[in-house]
Design a protein around this ligand. Structure first.
Ligand SMILES: Nc1ncnc2c1ncn2[C@@H]1O[C@H](COP(=O)(O)OP(=O)(O)OP(=O)(O)O)[C@@H](O)[C@H]1O
Ligand SMILES: [Mg+2]
Length: 313
C-alpha cells in the first residue's frame, strides 16, 4: 500500500459519522501475584497489584472507530449501576458520543484475574434476555432520529440486537455492517457487510458438511442476501466475497494477543469503505490494523500515527 494514499484515506475518515449498535461490556482486568494457597479452600490467593478497565464488546468497536478519527456514536443498554457509569465515563473519555439506554438488567461485566500473564479465572455478570419495553423503544428512537453515514452492528448475543432494530436499519436504507453471532443468523438478512470468522461461517452454514470457506461463503452470502461478505481467517488474513472471491494475506507478525482483532477489522472495513467506496483498500487496511493489534499486548485499537509508522517498516 502506498503511504500517501493511506494518508489521504485517513484524512477522509475524519468526515464520517458512524453509529455502533450492540452489546456493551465492561472488561475488567485484575493483575496480581500468587504466593500462597488459601487456608479456606485449595485455591491460590491473588494479591491484586493493578486494575484495568476497558469498554468491551460494542464499546471496543466504537473505541477503534474513534481512534481512527471517525465521529463515533454508540447505542446499547447499560444497567443503573456503577459498572454502567464506568462504561459511560470510559466512552466519553475516548471522545465517543454515547446515546445509551438504561434498563433494569445489570451492566454486562467480565472480570479476569491474571497472574504472570496467565488468566486464572473469569467472572461474568450478565443477563442475556432480548431487550423489550421502554428500553427497546428508546433504542428505536436513537436509530430513527439520527443521521449517520453508516451503522455497525456489534452483536455479542447479550440481548440488544433484536429483529425490530434490524428491521428499522433496513427500512431506513442505512449502510449497515454486522459482526455476527451464529445464533442470530436470521436477523442479519440484507446486511451491507458481514464479517464472520471461519468458525462463525461454519456454524452459519451446514456445520457437518465438508465444504471449504469459499463454498460456505458463497452460500451464506446468497442465502442472507448480503451485499459483501468478508471472512476473517486469523493468520491467513481475510477473504472478500463480492461478485467473485479475493484473498488478502495477513501481515506477517509475531502474535501476542489476538483478542479484539475482529473488532478492529469491522471498524476499519466499514470506515474505509464508507470513505472510499473501495473494498480492496478497505481489506488491505483492515489486515494492516488487525496485524498491529495482534502484535501488541493489551492494545485493542490503532491510531493513524501507528498505521503510517507501520508502513515505513
Ligand atoms: N496470527 C495472526 N497473524 C497475523 N494476523 C492475524 C493473526 N490472527 C489474526 N490476525 C488478523 O486479525 C484478523 C481477524 O482475526 P480473526 O479471524 O481471528 O478474527 P476473530 O476470530 O473475529 O477475532 P476476535 O477474537 O476478535 O473475535 C485477521 O483477518 C488478520 O488480519
Ligand atoms: Mg470475532
Amino acid at each position: 500500500m502506498e503511504k500517501e494514499r493511506v494518508r489521504r484515506v485517513l484524512e477522509r475518515l475524519r468526515d464520517l459519522r458512524i453509529l455502533v449498535i450492540g452489546d456493551l461490556i465492561l472488561d475488567r482486568y485484575l493483575y496480581g501475584k500468587v504466593e500462597r494457597i488459601s487456608p479456606e479452600a485449595p485455591v491460590p490467593v491473588v494479591e491484586v497489584e493493578k486494575e484495568e478497565v476497558r469498554p468491551g464488546g460494542a464499546g471496543n468497536v466504537s473505541a477503534n472507530l474513534a481512534d481512527l478519527g471517525v465521529e463515533t456514536f454508540i447505542t446499547g443498554v447499560i444497567g443503573k449501576d456503577p459498572a454502567g457509569e464506568r462504561i459511560l465515563e470510559l466512552l466519553k473519555s475516548k471522545g465517543i458520543k454515547p446515546l445509551l439506554v438504561t434498563d433494569s438488567r445489570p451492566t454486562t461485566q467480565k472480570t479476569r484475574i491474571v497472574s504472570l500473564s496467565q488468566q486464572l479465572l473469569r467472572i461474568d455478570r450478565e443477563e442475556r434476555t432480548p431487550v423489550g419495553g421502554k428500553a427497546l423503544e428508546e433504542l428505536v428512537e436513537v436509530i430513527r432520529e439520527c443521521d449517520f453515514d453508516g451503522v455497525i452492528v456489534s452483536d455479542y448475543a447479550k440481548g440488544v440486537i433484536v429483529g425490530g432494530l434490524m428491521d428499522l436499519l433496513r427500512e431506513k436504507g442505512l449502510f449497515f455492517s454486522v459482526d455476527p453471532r451464529p445464533v442470530n443468523r436470521e436477523l442479519y438478512r440484507g446486511a451491507s457487510l458481514m464479517t464472520p470468522n471461519e468458525k462463525e461461517l461454519k456454524a452459519m452454514t451446514d456445520p457437518l458438511s465438508k465444504e471449504g470457506v469459499e463454498e460456505r461463503g458463497l452460500k451464506l452470502k446468497e442465502s442472507l442476501e448480503l451485499e459483501t461478505l468478508v471472512v476473517t481467517r486469523g493468520p491467513r488474513g481475510m477473504s472478500l466475497f463480492r461478485e467473485g472471491i479475493k484473498h488478502f494475506p495477513a501481515r506477517a507478525k509475531e502474535v501476542y494477543d489476538v483478542t479484539g482483532a475482529g473488532d478492529t477489522v469491522i471498524a476499519v472495513l466499514t470506515a474505509v469503505y464508507l470513505a472510499e467506496g473501495d473494498w480492496d483498500i478497505a481489506c488491505e487496511m483492515a489486515n494492516l490494523c488487525a496485524g498491529i493489534v495482534v502484535g501488541e499486548l493489551g492494545t485493542a485499537t490503532v491510531t493513524p500515527e501507528e498505521i503510517l509508522r507501520e508502513l515505513e517498516v
